[in-house]
Design a protein around this ligand. Sequence first.
Ligand code: AMP
Ligand code: MG
Length: 313
Amino acid sequence: MSGLEASLVRLQDERLAATLRVQSTVLKAIHDFMTSREFVQLMPIITSRVTDPLWPDPGASIIGRPKINYNGQELVLTQSMILHKQLALITGLERIYIMSPNIRFEKPARGATGRHLFEFTQMDFEMAHATMKDVMSLVEDLIIYTLKRVHEERKEELELLGREVRIPSKPFKVYTTHEIEEKYGSDWEIKASMDHKEPFWVTCFKREFYDREDPDNPGHYRNYDLIYPEGYGEALSGGEREWEYERIIARMKRDGLNPENFKEYIEAAKRGLLVPSAGAGLGVERFVRYIVGAKHIGDIQPFRRVPGEPVYL
Ligand code: AMP
Ligand code: MG
């Protein structure tokens, strides 16, 4: 069977339709939850002057940064809206979220992980003047609320998919990266995930400049990942943010990034416009994959965007 034929056959699979019904409930539940907590939804952007460098991140593996040329200007495609989330808080809105499509040219070999796409959507949110505790508590409520909605509203679909929703209880377990590496080794994500029955947190990652280094404990970071159980791996990444000009410049220099490449963002920081905030991005397809128990994240997409696979539809 050709790739195109296989893609057309896949579209006729009742399991795909059931998965998409579940996804629709997930999206509705996320919107209901976020608006009930007074978040304002913004529209995503796909093109900009600058995007998330995704570096340094122990989990990153992009092989290029997608660019397009429009009207004499070179624009990058969104890898994440983190910098624009910080800029959007300048409006005075205190709580924002965006269903944000991200293009990431992941290494083709990542197609085999079961959890990587080269085009996916984040539910990306940011809260002014919030702490990591605020975000972690909110995310726990969001996950529990959404799982309950799916459990109540998608019984038929879950039965067809042979999956039961397990509703975790709050608060989720928290590890530091130091503790989890000690227990599972440096390659801990999937091992630790398989060893748990409920989602759990990992805090303190040395990664991109915008995640806040603990001022009281340099070398430690006020950021976090949520990890799904049963081997599904990372669900969400976030952190408290750096907002002060000097600290941002120092972090960029440490990472070998040229502040000149971020000059519009830096200009906002220099003028003192950025506000302290914390937030996170939840991968929507990964959430749906976990809920329906799909073997591969590409299996939940009607139009697969899997690293290393040709695109047919
Ligand atoms: P990041 O800030 O890079 O960790 O991205 C935020 C979230 O988006 C992650 O925690 C994942 O849930 C999701 N995500 C990141 N990269 C991918 C990818 N290549 N394919 C699917 N989902 C992803
Ligand atoms: Mg991450």
